[in-house]
Design a protein around this ligand. Structure first.
Ligand SMILES: N[C@H](CCC[C@H](N)C(=O)O)C(=O)O
Length: 306
């Protein structure tokens, strides 16, 4: 097992204490407006089959129970690095709610005293601004970078393809979708009332539609007013979740492009609210809460096989 140097944050004896036993894996469960992940710190390359670990940990009956697994490590290019795995074990380049929780994690646990953090992700380096109160981070603002208008099909295939308000036939019905990438793919559909939507049937049908060879996240969005959107999400690899940060950003971008909202909105999700702004610099900014729910050690037969 290799343990990387934590830039002087952890002393040598502390390294030893954090040595990894798969049978008793220490974890932290966190949530960002109800989008819950299990967080592991400083595992570096020590983990074996990470997709399998993500599936076991995420299982709500046999595991800890979560929308997926997030790994936090020190980074050579930024302050920290985040990797995110869905409940089905697939890896996604970016996670908005997860990035806020990572900000809280590294600050509250004393891995940094900075309130401006650079976070390396597979979708580039994101800038986090932490808002601590009495030593604990309550809210985090993330510069999510520039949105891209694409469907995440094989790049050559979607050149010149219409991705805003694209008519899409599914089950004899025409839906209009707007495809926005926030580092990960999103298909946004505007609907009269999100409450009425059969997310659990429409979601997987769209996620697995051949139009999206890499599958997609789907957002069902109701426009309450030019400054308020209501959204439900079907996440690629995790199913319906209480919230999706990248999805809320994609929804705002889609709403602006379709002339339905201003550039700064509150997005209401099943698990709470996010403030989203598409700045004049073309970057999307997401602000919201982050919370530690509990910590523990996962034990169990399946862990021995990882
Ligand atoms: N919930 C996450 C996004 C997960 C995206 C993942 N399901 C994918 O495969 O892209 C968020 O807050 O942004």
């Amino acid at each position: 097992m290799r343990i990387r140097n934590f830039a002087g944050v952890l002393s040598e004896p502390e390294f030893r204490k954090s040595e990894i036993s798969m049978e008793k894996l220490k974890f932290t469960k966190m949530q960002g407006i109800g989008n819950d992940y299990v967080y592991l710190y400083g595992m570096g390359d020590a983990l074996g089959d990470i997709p399998q670990l993500a599936r076991i940990i995420s299982d709500r009956h046999f595991g800890v129970g979560s929308d997926g697994l997030i790994l936090i490590d020190p980074s050579d290019e930024a302050d920290f690095r985040m990797r995110m795995f869905n409940a089905d074990g697939s890896e996604s380049p970016m996670c908005g709610n997860g990035s806020r929780c990572v900000g809280k994690y590294v600050y509250d646990k004393g891995y940094t005293h900075k309130t401006e953090i650079k976070l390396e992700t597979a979708a580039g380096i994101k800038l986090l601004t932490l808002f601590p109160e009495k030593g604990e981070v309550k809210r985090v603002k993330v510069d999510m970078g520039e949105p891209e208008l694409r469907s995440d099909r094989i790049p050559v295939a979607f050149e010149g393809e219409q991705v805003v308000n694209l008519p899409f036939r599914l089950r004899e019905k025409i839906f209009y979708i707007t495809c926005v990438s926030m580092g990960n793919p999103h298909a946004v559909l505007f609907v009269p009332e999100v409450r009425e939507i059969e997310v659990k049937t429409l979601g997987p049908a769209l996620e697995l539609h051949p139009f999206f060879p890499r599958r997609t996240n789907i957002e069902f969005v109701e426009v309450i007013s030019p400054v308020e959107l209501k959204m439900r999400v079907w996440e690629r690899g995790s199913g319906e979740t209480f919230a999706c940060g990248t999805g809320a950003c994609a929804s705002l971008v889609a709403a602006v492009l379709n002339g339905k909202s201003e550039r700064k909105v509150t997005v209401h999700l099943l698990g709470g609210e996010l403030e989203i702004e598409w700045g004049k610099d073309n970057h999307v900014y997401m602000t919201g809460g982050a919370e530690i729910v509990f910590e523990g050690e996962i034990q169990g037969e399946k862990m021995k096989k990882i």
